[in-house]
Design a protein around this ligand. Sequence first.
Ligand SMILES: Cc1ncc(COP(=O)(O)O)c(C=O)c1O
Length: 376
Amino acid sequence: MKSIEFIPVCEPFLNGNELKYVTDAVQTGWISSSGKYVKKFEETFAAYCGTQYAVSVCNGTAAVHLALVTLGIQKDDEVIIPNFTMIATALGLCYIGAKPVFIDADPDTWNIDASRIEEKITPKTKAIIPVHIYGNPCDMDKIAAIAHKYNLRIIEDAAESHGALYKGKKAGSISDMGAFSFYANKNLTAGDGGMIVTNSEELYQKCLYYKNLCFPLNAPRNFIHQNIGFNYRMSNLSAAIGLAQVEKADEYREMRIRNFHRYQERLGKIDGISFQKDQDSALNVRWMNGILLDPDIFGRTRDELVYALREKNIDTRLFFTGMHRQPALIDFGCDGASAYPVTENLSKNGFYLPSGSNLKKEQIQYICESIKVLKK
Ligand SMILES: Cc1ncc(COP(=O)(O)O)c(C=O)c1O
């Protein structure tokens, strides 16, 4: 097998009007959050998601936090989140003084196991944050039924799932609010950036208010502030990139999904390797192509395989470490003692392969051949 240039786990793909719009923003001097691209990006993204409103923010972590604030989540409230996620899902709760309550993952979809949610609901529970892990929509009907039964709010953490579909609806648009990230490795990027989508005018207005230091929305600026706000504004430069990306959202989504099919064709029948499973009526947009190893069958541990791939110029990333193993959250009073066997297995044996939108067929071929020869 010929060796090949280093293959990063993900590179942004900026193939549309990015440069044109950013150049325009620079040339016209509109580089902070007041420029026209912010509004255009928000409108275009809302239309893409099928929601009435979208509010841009500076990153996905801020989007989750702002959504919690506007829904009125308060100190000592409890909010259900998946144990297998990126820590940003939990951080907004910590900022507020509310408590993240963990639910183990489903072994097939790797998403929150909706059948385990009810056992963690207490009188203090106020909301659920399902995360569409790696682009795979959660079982939203089941989650919505639980939320309805216990009068809970739902924020979808859709940071990884731009354009994913659940029963024909876009991820992020299915509940009270959806929070997105536009970090450089996401299916759509703005460099850094985030967005909240919602159909509620009230929540939309609150987002606008809190994200901009609680300046009054419809009154002259007298620099008197009634509430504690945040500076979560997105710059016009980021929005210029983001707009160009949304214009090509379907094309980029297809590229990510095509990567998955290429991996699956070549690795799907290898004993000891499994992929994330989709559920019926959902479109997984394959932000990252994760694989889960059974080391006894594959003949190598995950860490051995990752190291050997690195030697072959192939970059990978380990799966998330469960929230119950985060010192920051345990110190915060979260449950680190219960058993979360599915998360443990994912964290120990899972990693993702290069997954950028413009990954070439030959690169995927090389990656898969490299894995095949490493199987014992
Ligand atoms: C599930 C999830 N939520 C939130 C975030 C936070 O997004 P950001 O990095 O834009 O703050 C990420 C980032 O990757 C994420 O994966």
